[in-house]
Design a protein around this ligand. Structure first.
Ligand SMILES: *Cc1c(COP(=O)(O)O)cnc(C)c1O
Length: 240
């Protein structure tokens, strides 16, 4: 791949943020909501701090990182005074202690074991950690996330944990060539989200539905997403 100059990447990032926000706004309005009802997360995995900071200077107030180690090593170089960071990647229990005080939310809680560890460590640190429960909506074997059939039980269990608070749900649907199938996954997620919200469980606050990435964030917004996680379409292709 051709290596772009820093200046070119800076102006691409500025342009992309504008364009993505515009598209989110249009999709939100089409689905009977306002552009302010959908939050844009810039997914910054593999992206160097200089470009992340540039995005923050141009209106990004939420970033998402996948890996604990990568985020911790980049964090001292990030200007996060007016920007939140969430962990969105799979989290191993042995990394929980390191990350809970460094991000404002963990979007990838998908087991009682992990939830217990986060709650236990948060309690020792004197904090309450906010989280989303990740749902494997396509029931794919290789994917992380809790299966739909086990979701209610997991939400109930977490609602009883002292130092962990559910703020909503997150999902990565299967890769779909066909728009109709994709929309089915998104609308199914939205229905599950509303069902749990209607139960009005103690200590469960169903306000965030995190779904939609570079290739499908407009479809996700049309189906009720309140937070889209956009990487490639904002920062350009990732170089691993
Ligand atoms: C990488 C990643 C994204 C962003 O993917 P893009 O297709 O680059 O927008 C969103 N969510 C999660 C959980 C990711 O790992």
């Amino acid at each position: 791949m051709e290596k772009l100059s820093v200046e070119t990447r800076f102006s691409d990032i500025e342009y992309n943020i504008e364009k993505i926000k515009e598209r989110i706004g249009t999709a939100a309005v089409k689905s009977g909501r306002s552009e302010n009802d959908v939050r844009l997360m810039a997914v910054s995995k593999t992206v160097e701090p200089i470009f992340i900071n540039h995005a923050i200077e141009h209106g990004i107030d939420l970033i998402g990182e996948n890996k604990v180690q990568e985020f911790l090593s980049k964090k001292p170089h990030l200007r996060l005074d007016n920007c939140e960071a969430h962990l969105i990647g799979h989290l191993q229990t042995n990394k929980v202690r390191q990350i809970i005080t460094e991000v404002s939310m963990i979007q990838s809680v998908d087991s009682v074991k992990l939830a217990n560890e986060i709650s236990k460590r948060s309690e020792s640190a004197g904090i309450v950690t906010e989280c989303l429960v990740e749902v494997n909506i396509g029931g794919e074997e290789s994917k992380s996330g809790v299966d739909e059939g086990y979701l209610t039980e997991l939400v109930h269990e977490i609602s009883e944990m002292k130092a962990l608070k559910i703020k909503g749900l997150m999902t990565i649907p299967p890769i779909c060539e066909d728009e109709t199938r994709l929309n089915k996954y998104f609308s199914k997620m939205h229905r599950i989200f509303i069902d749990i919200m209607d139960k009005k469980l103690d200590n469960v606050d169903m306000t965030i539905l995190s779904m939609g990435m570079s290739s499908d964030y407009e479809a996700a917004v049309m189906n009720g997403s309140t937070l889209v996680r956009v990487g490639t379409a904002l920062f350009g292709h990732r170089i691993y």
